[in-house]
Design a protein around this ligand. Structure first.
Ligand code: ZN
Length: 61
């Protein structure tokens, strides 16, 4: 579904689980959470590579 790829070569996928919430939105999970940590903040989401520690930030629109 989605692919995360860090500069260091670490890659992992987000895949759809097949489960949906009451509004029809499907849940996704990280394929391997030893490779990638997602931290939800108040105004941004952080994607932190567990290999090299590099962090990407996605601000809330
Ligand atoms: Zn990395």
């Amino acid at each position: 579904m989605l692919n995360y790829e860090c500069e260091c070569g670490n890659t992992t996928k987000l895949f759809a689980t097949g489960d949906r919430d009451e509004q029809g939105r499907e849940y996704v999970e990280i394929e391997d959470d030893d490779r990638l940590a997602i931290v939800i903040g108040e105004r941004s989401v952080l994607f932190r590579c567990s290999f090299c520690g590099y962090t990407y930030r996605l601000d809330q629109i």
